[in-house]
Design a protein around this ligand. Sequence first.
Ligand code: 5AD
Ligand code: SF4
Length: 467
Amino acid sequence: MTQNNVYISPEEIQLQRDVINSIKVALSQSPACAMVETYGCQQNVNDSQRIEGMLLDMGFTLTDNRNQADVIIFNTCAIRENAQSRVYGNLGALKHLKEKKPSLIIGICGCMVQQEHIAKRIRSKYRHVDMIFGTHTLWKFPSLLSEVMEKREKILDISGSGVIAEGLPVNYDGGVKAFVSVMYGCNNFCSYCIVPYVRGRERSRREEDILSEIESLAETGVKEVMLLGQNVNSYGKDRGETDAFAKLLEKVCRIDGIERIRFMSSHPKDISPLLLRTMAEQEKICKQLHLPLQSGSDKVLKDMNRVYDREKYLETVRLAKELMPDIGLTTDIIVGFPTETQEDFLDTLSLLEEVEYDSIFSFIYSRRDGTRAAQMESVASEEEIDARFQELLRVQNDISARRNIRHEGRIETVLVEGQSKTDPQMLTGRNYANKIVNFKGDESLIGTFTDVKITKAQTWILYGELV
Ligand code: 5AD
Ligand code: SF4
C-alpha cells in the first residue's frame, strides 16, 4: 500500500521555498520581527517550530515581545474550552496593538481555527486578524503571508486534509532536546475528543525522512529526542506495516550522538508487548511510559470509546513493570465525563493506587461541539465534579511523593538543561523518568549528561548533589 497522495509534491514545496527567498530579499531592505505564540500540546510546539523555521529563513528576527513584533502568529489548541477562551482573550488584546501599528500582521492557525464555525466567528468578530489558516495548510504559510504582505487582503484557508509536507525548515533553537513528529492525525474517535476532526486521519512520515532529520539534529548537538504522534503504536499502519514503531525505535537508537529517546503517546488499546520489550532491551530508550488511562471504570471507558478495559490496561502495566521494574509511569485522567458517577470515579482512584503513577495529567471534562459525547447529559453537578477533581489531585500527590522517595540515595544521570528558573543558584535537568532534578554545579555542565546523587525528594522535584 502506498500513500504518495498524502505528500505535498516537491514542486509545491519548492514554490514555498521560492516565496521564502523573495520575502528574504524584500526584508533585507527593512528588517522585521516576528513572534509565534503557542497554545496546547507538544505537537503544536513542533508546528510552531516549523512556522518559526520559515520565518527565520525569510529573514525575520524572532521576538517574545508583542510590542516589537511586525508579525504575530497564534498557534492554537481546541482540546478544552479553557484553551480556546485564552486565545479569544489574548486575540482581543491585540486589537489596540494593531490600532497603534496598522502595518502589524496578525495570524491565527492550528486546531481551534480548523473548526469552520470558529474560523468564521474570528473572521467576522475579530476584524484585526489578517490571516487564518488550518492544520492542513501550515506548509503554505510562506505564500499566505506573502499574499497578505503584498495585497493587504485578509486570508482564510482551512482547506485540505491529511497531508504531509517534507523539506521545509524547522527552528530547533539549538537546545539539547528536540521533538520530532513521526506521524500526524488520529483515527480513534474517543467520544470526548476533537483531535480527529481537526487533525485528520493517521498518516506516518517516511522512515528515511524521520531518521535523516534526527541525524541532522544529532549533528547540531541534540542528545535527546521525543518522538511524537497522537498514537505512536499506529506508526506505519497506514502503509500496511506491522510493528513499524518498534523497528523505527531500533534504528533511532543506532544514531550516533542521540543518547536518550522518549516517545508519546501510546494508546493502551494497542501498545504491543514487542514495543515494551524493545524499550526494555534498548539502553537509549528511557524507561518512561506515558499511557493515557482517562478513567478506571469499564463503563466509562466504553462510553468514551477507548476500546480497552481496566483489566487489559492493568495487564500492560504489569508487563511493563515486569520488564522494567523501575519504569516511570504517567497518565492522563478525565474527571466528570458525562456518564461518570461517584462509583465510577472511585474506580479511577483505586486504579491510581494500584498502578502508582509517578505523576498524572488531570483534566475536567470539557464538552466539544461535534463529538459524540457532546450529545450526552451529565449525571453529576459541577460542584460534584469539582470535588472529584480536588480529591484526584490529593490522592495523586500522596502517590507522587511516595514514588519520588525511591530515588533518594541513588546516583542518577541527568541531562542538564540550564539554570533553575526558581533558584538561579541551581542547575536543572531531567533523569531517565523525565523528573526534574535540581543541584548545585558549574554552568559548563549545561548540555551534558551528569551523575547526580539524589539527596531529597519532593512531590514535583528531586534535589541532589554532584557526584
Ligand atoms: N475534555 C477534557 N480533557 C480532554 N482530553 C481530550 N479531550 C478532552 C476533553 N474534551 C484530554 C485527554 C487526552 C489529553 C491530551 O487531553 O486526557 O489524553
Ligand atoms: Fe483524542 Fe483519543 Fe485520538 Fe487521543 S486517541 S487524540 S484522546 S481521539
